[in-house]
Design a protein around this ligand. Structure first.
Ligand SMILES: Cc1cc2nc3c(=O)[nH]c(=O)nc-3n(C[C@H](O)[C@H](O)[C@H](O)COP(=O)(O)OP(=O)(O)OC[C@H]3O[C@@H](n4cnc5c(N)ncnc54)[C@H](O)[C@@H]3O)c2cc1C
Length: 343
């Protein structure tokens, strides 16, 4: 789904792996560059150079300096730095030439998809449907697939001394909510400065206007009652999916499995250590922790720990209602949960 640089690269890699691939691209004509040159990153070039028979010099030029200019054109700062550059058209056309034209389907807008067992059914704007084992959603910044994975609504839960003092459910988040700039927006409605003000495209007004954000479920207004006046110890904002529990469980397990299989991986950190590097303490997200064996014990043949010695992984699986096996092969803390201090 999506026949630009990302979709085409995925299509070529999958085709080379032996899959029968079709690319559904909603544009009715081959795509055209819409901007200046692009910095050519390793990941963008890898298919072309490693499998497409292209040399870097065929598709890129390089610079040896980076310069920051003043408004009058003078040099503010410069340093030696090698960057590879290309034009968007060069990358796109080079990828397109390597793909079977009969399988690159222009004018094919995907309007929905649904999963059933091991297969996914894709529906198209012309009313037709296609079945596949795998759907790759490379549909860009206004991704239909990403919108479908947003929560249906957010909830605000506040606690003081372990007691819940606040529970508010936000407005429904529209399924097609735009969450970032869209290069397809007409120039007249793009971000631009109009004198002292910044013009914000209408679909993104919720990012800068609180009332609009509340109306699309992306912000809350909470009356300041006596119970809240002294502040909260803890604020939790879960996203809600208004679906049946079995579908939600399956969605969450799929999400964790995909994240765990990704290069970034998935793991649970022990309670207490910081999740980000700070000036004084490094993040707990290192490459070594004891968790793999502990999780294996949790989900493998070892007997389950007694309730008082439950690991965080086990707590999380039970609280989310997912099968702990979804994170079996991955690292994560399985240290017994410490006594909780209302945090
Ligand atoms: C036509 C085009 C020209 C660009 N030119 C430049 C440039 O010159 N310089 C620069 O720096 N950046 C440019 N960009 C920016 C671009 O975001 C990135 O360079 C890069 O293309 C991102 O690739 P992508 O495959 O992730 O997503 P995108 O390039 O955003 O492509 C997403 C594709 O999915 C298709 N699509 C979306 N929804 C559906 C649907 N429901 N069904 C089927 N197809 C769908 C879109 O038509 C689009 O072709 C351009 C992007 C596009 C789409």
């Amino acid at each position: 789904m999506g026949g630009s640089v990302g979709g085409l690269t995925a299509a070529l890699v999958l085709r080379d792996a032996g899959c029968e691939v079709r690319v559904f691209e909603r544009s009715s004509a081959a795509l055209q560059a819409r901007g200046a040159g692009i910095a050519a990153l390793e990941a963008t070039l890898r298919y072309l150079t490693e499998r497409g028979g292209r040399q870097r010099a065929d598709v890129c030029s390089s610079t040896s300096w980076i310069r920051f200019l003043r408004p009058d054109g003078g040099i503010l700062h410069e340093q030696r730095h090698q960057y590879l550059f290309s034009s968007w058209n060069t990358i796109y056309r080079s990828l397109l030439e390597l793909f079977d034209p009969g399988r690159y389907l222009l004018g094919s807008e995907v309007t929905g998809f649904s999963q059933s067992g091991d297969s996914v059914r894709v529906t198209l704007a012309d009313g037709s449907a296609a079945d596949a084992d795998l759907l790759v959603c490379a549909d860009g910044v206004t991704s239909l697939a990403r919108a479908r994975l947003l929560p249906d609504a957010f909830q605000l839960l506040g606690y003081v001394h372990g007691q819940q003092v606040l529970a508010v459910t936000g407005k429904a988040v529209p399924a097609d909510l735009q969450v970032g700039p869209d290069p397809g927006t007409p120039d007249a409605d793009q971000f631009r400065s109009t004198g002292a003000a910044l013009h914000v495209p209408a679909p993104l007004k919720w990012l800068v206007d609180l009332d609009t954000a509340v109306s699309v479920g992306m912000a809350f207004r909470v009356p300041l009652t006596d119970a809240l006046r002294g502040g909260l110890d803890r604020l939790v904002v879960p996203g809600l999916r208004v679906r049946d529990p079995a579908t939600s469980k399956a969605d969450l397990e799929t999400l964790i499995t995909h994240q765990a299989n990704s290069r970034a991986g998935f793991r649970l950190l022990p309670q207490g250590p910081p999740t980000n590097n700070t000036g004084r303490t490094p993040s707990a997200f290192g490459t070594v922790d004891e968790t793999a064996q502990r999780l294996a014990a949790l989900t493998g043949s070892a007997p389950r720990a007694a309730t008082t010695a439950k690991s965080d992984g086990q707590w999380l699986a039970e609280l989310l209602g997912v099968d702990p096996a979804v994170w079996r092969p991955y690292r994560g803390p399985t240290v017994p949960t410490r006594p909780r201090h209302g945090r």
